[in-house]
Design a protein around this ligand. Structure first.
Ligand code: ZN
Length: 133
């Protein structure tokens, strides 16, 4: 059903500050950044192996990442699993009794089609399904 860990989303206060750790300390490479207006977030992509770390900085103090940091502080915010067909995957989740945050896919960073599962249905982890062409 899910194919691999597509990416891990990390909520951070400042991309510039956080990149110092990922680049200078861990030696990872910044592939690029993108603003996703829909989610009020600026994303930095750091590929590693066949997955990547996505650092998420809020562009709005009311955005979901800003609210997350306010409640829980910086840290891992979600895990994204790759699927081949997201519409089919969403249907399958619903058939299995999973509560979806997104009943329909929306567009995330890099033009991926994404949908979030509700953490109440996943033992506390915000899980994202992600389809890429
Ligand atoms: Zn994500």
């Amino acid at each position: 059903m899910v194919k691999k860990v597509d990416h891990i989303g990390v909520a951070v206060k400042s991309l510039d500050e956080t990149l110092k750790f990922y680049k200078d300390v861990l030696g990872m490479k910044l592939e690029g950044t993108e603003v996703v207006e829909d989610q009020k977030v600026k994303v930095a992509f750091l590929p590693i192996g066949d997955t990547e770390i996505e650092l998420l900085e809020s562009t709005d103090k009311e955005g979901p990442i800003a609210r997350y940091i306010e409640k829980r502080g910086e840290g891992i915010q979600h895990i994204a699993f790759r699927v081949d067909d997201i519409e089919k995957a969403i249907e399958e989740m619903k058939e299995k009794g999973i509560r979806m945050i997104d009943e329909k896919p929306r567009y995330g960073a890099g033009g991926a089609k994404i949908a979030f599962l509700h953490p109440k249905s996943t033992h506390g982890v915000l899980v994202e399904l992600c389809e890429r062409k």
